[in-house]
Design a protein around this ligand. Sequence first.
Ligand SMILES: [Zn+2]
Length: 287
Amino acid sequence: MFKLLKRQTSGSIVCPSCNQLVQVKEPVCPHCGRHNPSIWGFVRSLRSLGYDYGFISLVIWGCIGLYLATLLVDVGGITSSGTLNLLSPSSRSLLLFGATGSIPVFLLGRFWTVLSSAWLHGGLFHIAFNLVWINQTGPLVAKCYGASRLVLIYTAASMVGSTLTSVAGQYLDQLPPILHGARLSIGASGGIFGLFGALVAYGQITGDEAVGRQYWGYAVVLFLIGFIMPAVDNWGHLGGFLGGYAISRLSWLNPSTPESHRHLLAAITCLVLTVLSIVASVGHGLR
Ligand SMILES: [Zn+2]
């Protein structure tokens, strides 16, 4: 934490967009044109956390912390029905911490849960599976797009996935059960599908077909597996992929252009709103 607060005021830094040496006081990188390449002197501290500025660790530890919290707040409600549902928190505690779906959004008016639900998980297998995929895919998205854009893509994809499944859960219940949206939905997989979408977009934008093809393959296979396994939120997966792909096609997120401090400020805003959505869920739930 102290390392993160250490501000560099003299000498040179490595531009986070093009990896060239730049004077810390330079307002624009002379090599790639990135504005504020030193990020007000904090770039060395941020980069010491990795390409993703520590976002992936934040997701991993945030999800683990919230999973433990949803277990501990209602120990009597924990269920374990089979390997896939080992150590599942109760629906009540998932609802309290910000599960989304047609019930929370439309019946209870908890619209902000489209942000909080991505940080909650329904069992040991569910959280382990998702965190492995985030750890596998997140660093590549950070490397391709930049740390702040990773946060923007992940947040937008989670939101679109949660919104789509809540709307489908509310309005498409006349479809066959396999095509139902969720009445209650949790999990980081919408965000993960968004990272797949971002890498497919990256392949199209930069012409790096190998990356695009690989992640299109992962998305298709995992999406299809969702129809075989029970209780998988397929609308959340579809929405996450579409959300991640669509935001990645915006010119502001074009991976061929350097990130700026504006992306960082937008990313911080996303993180603050996410924390607030969880706080609001618990506060509203306890009332
Ligand atoms: Zn540069």
